[in-house]
Write a protein that binds this ligand. Sequence first.
Ligand code: C2E
Ligand code: MG
Ligand code: MG
Length: 580
Amino acid sequence: MNQADLAQAGTADAAASQVPDLRNIAPVGYFMLDASGLIEDANLIAARLLGRDHRALLAKPFAHFIGQEDQARFAQLCQMLRDGGGPQSCELRVAPPGHPAFWAHLIVSTTRSVTGVPLVMLLLSDITEHRRNAEEIYRLAYYDPLTGLPNRRLLLDRLHQVMLASSRNGLHGALMFMDLDHFKLVNDRLGHDMGDLLLQQVSERLKSCLREGDSVARMGGDEFVLLLGALSSNGAEAANQAKVIAEKILTALAQPYHLQEQIHSGTASLGIVVFTDEQGDAEMLLKSADAAMYQAKNAGRNQARFYDPAMQAAVAARAELEQDMRQALLRHEFVLHYQLQVDKAGQPIGAEALLRWNHPRQGLLAPASFISLAEESGLVLVLSQWVLESACAQLVEWSRHVGDVLCAMAINVNTLQFANADFVAAITSALATSGANPKLFKLEVTESMLSGKMTDLVGKMNAIRALGVRFELDDFGTGYSSLSHLKRLPLDQLKMDQSFVKDVLNNDTDPAIARAIVALGHSLGLKVIAEGVETAAQHAFLADIGCDAFQGYYFGHPMPAAEFRALIGKRSASHQTQGD
Ligand code: C2E
Ligand code: MG
Ligand code: MG
């Protein structure tokens, strides 16, 4: 509507003065009501919002246009105004008879006419679009787009509410972590669209198993979490109630799925934790349920497992360790220990750098107690970089001591470190920055690391080998390397796993395996080193079958750098004496 129209069609007063009425320009519906709520005046926007000619509005009760659901609310608003409460505002639904309803923002205030008669001024704006946007934002922030289920954020919110309720009413809650068994196979074999379809059907089945007031959320991938509130105040009874629901869920999920033309059968594993508000950490509860779910997987899948307190203590300890680990690098708590490697003649040829964590409370920790945690938390990359740089620095230090035997250094490479796109650059730059001799540097990789795309893998290894660095296959014999795989990898040495060395004199199979590994290595042109050699007899046997090098407690435990240097000095001196 243009300015002239507005001026012409304005309220009676405005028309009389021929001046455009501001009330018709502002994008807000404006009403003047008398003390009994009848419309005395309205602007054009108001008329348009209510779908009527503005004259048709006059003398009509304004309440007539308020939606049924909000009548009481509007009456309350008017009452507050009459009670002298000052201007009021609220959001409510306006439903003009014969016209579509809409959401409106309403401001009401008392005023007086020029003659002093009390009136009510009311401003009305259509906020349907605004509310729709707000709802959309809420949906995107709190719901999973594929299944329409609440997401992790909303679940945590609801979990807090259930915990709060539990602190008031003493009732237990239960949290169930559910993961489909072998879901990856569905994606791999049937494609992602079918995988999505399956997830949607699973979410429907989960919803149908829950009681009113319970929640199910999708955490991502094929992981769902179910939250049950208001279970018994008795812990054992509450656990039993949760168990019944868990069984119902497992049965429902094990029914065949129709994925378009395909019939698919699948199962799920469930981890359950029963709680009261005393276990006050929502994230911790989720971790507990997750840990219990892994127990269910390990126990053979298609079952539910309760979280037990011993496991709870372990999870708490792990969380604490992860926290400590974030500080450990800054506090220089990591150290490298070195374990001697010798050749056939018993001469030192090098060392394997083995990581240790000098934990402030737990003492010296071996990698088994923290490497997997470092992988989960993503800290492993920083840690691996530290190992790389420290080992290079140590190699340089050793090489400065004239008279020391030329000592090679092997470091263990982590799967994530190897897979990192910057791996080659990291090795190149660590060697260049430190000035370490690449020919004395060895990288120990494991078979599991070598399962990726062969061309990428070989490319990376060749680029590093071009620097002069050598590769060694650690824990050989425990993985699944195929022979053709082995042949293509640019390796220099196989490291026979210590499990074969351990029983090499105690049974019939291990000596046979040890012989086979040596023969295989040699036939591929690789050297073979045995690790975990603990006794003279093991050493003698392995030397006899042709092992090229040895490592183990028999020659020396892993030890700090200074001790290692002293050991090398002693061994080379005694070797010289023997030679003289
Ligand atoms: P690994 O590379 O196979 O290392 C050999 C392990 O056997 C070491 O355990 C070593 O202390 C132990 N060992 C050596 N000689 C003997 C022996 O005669 N008898 C027995 N029973 N054991 C022996 P450690 O230091 O606990 O390391 C365990 C594993 O942790 C290593 O296995 C390696 O896979 C990993 N690791 C060690 N350091 C690092 C590191 O800096 N980075 C990464 N990513 N992994 C590391
Ligand atoms: Mg190793
Ligand atoms: Mg090993």
